[in-house]
Design a protein around this ligand. Structure first.
Ligand code: AMP
Length: 390
């Protein structure tokens, strides 16, 4: 008797259509990886002429609430994955009627809201900063008394790159913090005097195979990622701990796909989980040039049920983000950046409007040492700005 193939376990092979919800730079780089392996790519987002849409085979422009459009989209692909997690649960549920959705709606539901995410992590025994839910002025007062100041007050939903975040230094800041929430649910987190910010990008297959990239070390400017380098400047023992922490979280969430764990390394040597992203991450962009398999190819392999690729680094590497402000004096001098060192690689996302703080592209450098890679990436970026004559 023929057994029915286990459709969840059988791989989705090149030639099949991959559906991406979201259409920014993460979707663009995923689409490029998918096309390189012979897949067809369809993207879905409310925008048109998008970074991902420019390289995809098909682009649907519709709202995430338009469930009929979501169903039509899902029918046209074998698997739906994400480059943007803030889509309503109803959207993932509608997509799941017609295609595999990886990671699934539960992973999205937990990771798209900071309180749900932190509660999940805490309940599962993963280390996080002390936090409280804030739904009233009184909650805020009690949280300040119990956890103390300084603290960071964040909106529970739709926050990224420091948006919807306020530092509370003294009692006097509480009222302003409360008003800043504008009635939205908030989360009060004890301020962590961290030594370093780290991230681990891990992938997990439907069969539970797990692979993580080497640990990335991140520095931020104005709450936005500025520079990442890898491997992180930490002991091998700590790096192993960070990757095991990520493995535990992907296992606990039963992730099929890729998930990023942002962490703080405290001054007393502990790892605390700051945030999860059920997708590729800005800090993983250097994998495109520095690792045997990029984070985008790894996401594709994981969601298609293919064996995961090697995450080994071919060379130490650094990545510098290119934000919209670099355009303030005119189009940056790309040739000057490339001339600064032949190891400099330029990645631009095809965004037409360079708004301040908008992620427009990045530069990567691979080098003999991390320190040299960071120096070269910073130098390349500073040579981009055209100095106005006189
Ligand atoms: P998030 O949006 O939660 O990733 O926060 C953005 C950045 O704000 C982080 O990368 C940290 O640099 C900083 N930050 C967030 N939460 C805390 C915290 N509890 N203590 C100290 N810094 C924080």
């Amino acid at each position: 008797m023929n057994s029915i193939p286990d459709f969840k376990m059988s791989p989705i092979l090149p030639g099949a259509w991959i559906g991406i919800l979201g259409s920014g730079q993460l979707g663009r780089m995923l689409a490029i990886a998918a096309k390189q392996m012979g897949y067809r790519v369809a993207v879905f987002s409310p925008d048109s002429d998008t970074p991902a849409g420019q390289v995809a085979d098909a682009e649907t422009t519709a709202s995430y609430e338009d469930l009929d459009a979501v169903r039509r989209f899902a029918k046209s692909v074998s698997v739906v994955t994400f480059e943007f997690e803030n889509v309503p649960s109803a959207t993932t549920a509608a997509a799941a009627e017609h295609a595999l959705v990886r990671p699934d709606g539960r992973v999205l539901h937990i990771t798209q809201q900071r309180l749900r995410e932190k509660n999940f992590l805490k309940d599962q025994g993963f280390p996080v900063a002390p936090f409280r839910a804030i739904r009233s002025r009184d909650d805020l007062r009690v949280a300040a008394a119990e956890i103390g100041l300084p603290a960071v007050l964040k909106t529970a939903s739709f926050g990224y790159d420091g948006k919807g975040q306020k530092m509370l230094r003294a009692e006097a800041d509480l009222e302003e913090g409360w008003l800043g929430l504008r009635g939205a649910e908030g989360i009060y987190e004890g301020f962590i005097h961290f030594e370093k910010e780290l991230s681990v990008v891990g992938a997990r297959t439907v069969g539970g195979e797990f692979r993580a990239f080497p640990v990335f070390e991140n520095s931020h400017a104005h709450h936005i990622l500025d520079i990442t380098f890898a491997p992180a400047d930490i002991t091998p023992d700590l790096a192993a701990q960070a990757r095991e922490l990520a493995r535990g979280i992907l296992d606990a969430l039963d992730v099929v796909g890729l998930l990023t764990v942002e962490m703080f390394l405290t001054r007393d040597g502990r790892l605390l989980v700051n945030e999860l992203a059920p997708r590729t991450h800005n800090s993983g962009h250097l994998t495109l040039d520095a690792c045997v398999t990029s984070q985008f190819e790894q996401q594709l392999r994981a969601v298609c049920g293919l064996p995961l690729g090697s995450t080994e680094m071919k060379s130490p590497s650094a990545m510098a983000n290119l934000l919209g402000g670099l355009w303030s004096q005119g189009v940056p001098d790309w040739a000057a950046a490339l001339a600064s060192d032949p190891a400099v690689k330029l990645h631009l996302y095809g965004k037409s409007e360079a708004r301040d703080g908008r992620k427009m592209g990045h530069l990567t450098v691979t080098s003999a040492s991390v320190a040299e890679a960071v120096r070269k990436a910073s130098l390349a970026r500073s040579s981009l700005v055209v100095s106005s004559p006189g």
